[in-house]
Design a protein around this ligand. Structure first.
Ligand code: SF4
Ligand code: SF4
Length: 334
């Protein structure tokens, strides 16, 4: 279904959704930084910049309680967190590099174990994607086969058009329901041309060649030079829309406490630290090798796709300037 929505009506749509009790998450400024977050009304939405952190937190929070326990004498009480309480959500203004990561996360959270915390939020969330008109030097979505107008992962996709407003296209039943429930705010397609799209400059990678090299070079001296500067801060994994490793820890005393699920990162030295004291990834190059292997080989082996959407966040914010696009480009030329 193709429609048009004006800038003003997009604001009305968000206000109506909030008034109807939906949780609306969209990019807004927080202390000068664009971030996805929940809105109390549509004022303050910022659609012109890529948010600093990805949209994955909508489905997969940094840290969440999954159970609590208490002990009174010999009586032990376990209380599960019920995912049914998660609210209906509309996630608005999602860049193609963030939206495309959501089906990537779907695959892993519904594979051998159905992660009800992720899946319940996912099922209750409608994603409104937004075509991207601004790229910086770190963006490389086109190099991994996506584009600034790729609707992958979006239920409804908005493209800014000349003269203001957005061309709208629905891609799923959720997108159609959103439009049909607020018909008065959508018009017929205006026919206005789309604003010029962003043009990331990185040359397209030959992902088959990258994978072929990784298949044969688990041991290679190149890993030492690739990862020599990595300080294991984990920023790349935390900012990435597709990274999804987590840890489960119990916090509390013998009397009471909580079981919590928290993000983890393969760059951390403790990531594979065994209780025996042995760590199979005892040095940083082995940990960074895992990051590249997971994104461009292991995930592909398992799910037939790449675990990187080219958002560029890990390049922009790596404290020592490690550039994953340059590394993958170099591998593709070996
Ligand atoms: S952000 Fe940079 S320094 Fe930090 S773990 Fe990632 S690659 Fe290493
Ligand atoms: S690996 Fe880097 S560029 Fe690729 S999706 Fe993750 S943060 Fe973005």
């Amino acid at each position: 279904m193709q429609k048009f929505i004006s800038q003003q009506n997009l604001g009305h749509l968000l206000d109506k959704l909030i008034a109807d009790g939906k949780r609306v998450v969209a990019p807004r400024m927080e202390a000068g930084t664009p971030l996805y977050g929940p809105f109390a009304d549509s004022a303050g939405i910022v659609l012109g910049q890529l948010p600093r952190r990805s949209a994955k937190e909508t489905f997969f929070p940094v840290c969440e309680d999954i159970m609590s326990y208490g002990k009174e004498g010999q009586q032990v009480t376990l209380t599960d967190v019920n995912p049914a309480r998660f609210p209906e959500t509309v996630l608005v203004g999602v860049r193609p590099c963030d939206a495309a990561a959501v089906p990537v996360l779907d695959a892993v959270f519904s594979w051998d174990y159905q992660d009800e915390f992720f899946l319940e939020r996912r099922q209750k969330t409608t994603i409104v994607g937004l075509a991207c008109t601004q790229a910086d030097d770190a963006c490389f979505c086109t190099a991994v086969g996506l584009s600034p107008a790729d609707p992958k992962g979006s239920d409804l996709f908005l493209t800014p058009v000349e003269g203001g407003g957005y061309a709208c296209e629905t891609f799923t039943e959720k997108g159609e329901t959103l439009v049909n429930s607020h018909k008065e705010l959508f018009g017929e397609p205006s026919g206005a041309p789309a604003l010029p799209l962003a043009e990331p400059q990185t040359e397209k990678f030959d992902l088959k060649k990258v994978k072929a090299w990784l298949d044969d070079h688990f041991e290679d001296p190149a890993w030492d030079s690739i990862a020599v500067r990595c300080v294991g801060c984990g920023a790349c994994a935390f900012l990435c829309p597709a990274c999804h490793c987590f840890d489960i820890v119990d916090e509390g005393t013998e009397k009471a406490g909580k079981r919590r699920k928290s993000w983890d990162a393969c760059g951390f030295w403790k990531f594979t630290h065994h209780a025996s004291g042995h760590n199979p990834r005892d040095l940083q190059p082995k940990r960074y090798r895992n990051r590249i292997m997971h994104k461009f080989k292991y995930y592909d082996d398992k799910f037939g796709q790449t675990l990187c959407t080219g958002c560029g966040r890990c390049i922009r914010f790596c404290p020592v300037g490690i550039d994953i696009a340059a590394i993958v480009s170099e591998i593709s030329k070996k």
